[in-house]
Design a protein around this ligand. Structure first.
Ligand SMILES: Nc1ncnc2c1ncn2[C@@H]1O[C@H](COP(=O)(O)OP(=O)(O)O)[C@@H](O)[C@H]1O
Ligand SMILES: [Mg+2]
Length: 406
């Protein structure tokens, strides 16, 4: 994984290229691609239209081996909830796997690149929602493992107050959903995530858990406040050297030094998350309270989701009930029972819907999940899930599966 943002995804922002074979095509008999939004190491992104509604289509080349997109589709479908883009469909067409999801607005990295810094108030309102969404996924036994500004996007139109977490390609279960026992702390072979925001333990290639997602939030927030992080721009010879240097610099940068000149709450956040144990249940509520108290009690401002970039027109689009003006510090924690039920439904669906087949050169067929007609069952990957970029036996409760939700 790269340190920092990937290649800009804007090679064709106007989307009018006549040579783009993916553009202006209908996928799954519904979604017509109308504009290329970008391209990354992962694949291509398009805006699509169906029934006067807009969607985001993420394309992944199926010829490249294991599918991160399939892992993403499975996990996002299972997680379905506030602050996670809604998955509409997942399937394949020709040489691409395609994930259809709710269309969002700009990422925090895009906004940051324009503004260079965020205010304390904006950073707190973002931090609050980051802790919320992480608690939501952690309660459902999932860790994200690639928390960074590019993977948070603002909602579009009436949802412009809300922050959403995306890019679940590297996400995975960290504990048994039945016993809640965490998987063992093992030494991995490589870093999973993005070096700039990765926790110290992740850079030491240790198995990640809830603490690592939260530690990354601390680095993301300090990146916004300071306008950068001390381990950016180090002189580096190779990829391995870069990881080593970033780790060394992170270790020698104390929370005091990192947060110097900013309210104590940020130093406390970084310190707390750095000191969490592997299996420790983080105190999400205490962390959220820090942000609310800093904005409202200490700085006497409103916690109103009016960000540095919010315009009058954004405010007009918001529905009154979409914003909780006095955020509750008692975020509803998922119950074990319902989580278990949801997990079972993820597992049982899989049996009826085999995984989409591997691509063959002559294969121009299209398959939407849930429709088995086109499925080539030559592969036996049905019981696999992508973990750290390799296929391992699925003893984690997830299944590679197909699903049409739309
Ligand atoms: N549903 C969406 N709506 C709008 N933009 C999106 C959506 N999903 C992703 N993006 C944009 O595309 C970028 C890359 O998407 P992401 O899922 O993070 O893929 P990658 O694996 O290439 O990082 C994001 O940083 C964001 O700017
Ligand atoms: Mg991403």
């Amino acid at each position: 994984m790269e340190d920092g943002p990937k290649t800009p995804r804007s090679d064709n922002r106007d989307g009018r290229s006549h040579h783009d074979p993916l553009l202006n095509k209908k996928y799954f008999s519904k979604f017509r691609t109308i504009k290329k939004l970008g391209e990354g190491s992962f694949g291509k992104f398009y805006k699509a239209e169906y029934n006067n509604e807009y969607f985001a289509l993420k394309f992944e080349n199926r010829t490249k081996g294991q599918s991160l997109l399939e892992n993403e589709a499975t996990i996002m479908t299972y997680l379905k909830g506030p602050n996670i883009p809604l998955i509409k469909s997942f399937g394949y067409s020709g040489e691409y796997n395609i994930l259809v999801m709710q269309l969002m607005d700009r990422s925090l990295e895009d906004i940051f690149n324009k503004r260079k810094k965020f205010s304390v108030k904006t950073t707190c309102m973002l931090g609050y929602q980051m802790v919320n969404v992480l608690q939501y996924i952690h309660d459902r036994h999932i860790i994200h493992r690639d928390i960074k500004p590019d993977n948070f996007v603002m909602g579009a139109n009436e949802n412009n107050a809300h922050l959403y977490l995306l890019d679940f390609g590297l996400a995975k279960k960290y504990r048994s959903s039945r016993t809640l026992v965490q998987y063992p702390l093992i030494k991995k072979k490589k870093l999973t995530g993005t070096a700039r925001y990765a926790s110290i333990h992740a850079l030491e290639e240790l198995e990640q858990s809830r603490r690592d997602d939260l530690e990354s939030v601390g680095y993301v927030l300090m990146y916004f406040l300071r306008g950068g992080l001390p381990w950016q721009g180090l002189k580096i010879k190779s990829k391995e050297d870069r990881y080593k240097k970033i780790l060394a610099k992170k270790k020698e940068t104390s929370s005091e030094e990192l947060c110097k000149g900013f309210p104590d709450e940020f130093r406390e956040f970084v310190e707390y998350t750095r000191n969490l144990e592997y299996t420790e249940q983080p105190d999400y509520e205490m962390l959220r309270n820090k942000f609310v108290n800093l904005v409202t009690k200490k700085n006497g401002e409103n916690f109103d989701y009016i960000y540095d970039w919010t315009t009058e027109s954004d405010l007009k689009k918001r529905k009154d009930e979409t914003i909780d003006l006095a955020p509750s510090t008692n975020y509803p924690v998922s119950e074990k029972k319902s989580t278990q039920k949801e997990m079972e439904s993820v597992n049982s669906k899989k049996k009826a819907n085999p995984v989409h087949p591997p691509v063959s050169k002559a294969n121009n067929s299209e398959h939407v999940e849930g429709n088995n007609n086109n499925v080539n069952n030559n592969n036996n990957n049905n019981n696999n899930i992508i973990i750290d970029g390799t296929k391992e036996n699925n003893n984690y409760g997830f299944q590679s599966k197909c699903c049409t939700i739309f």
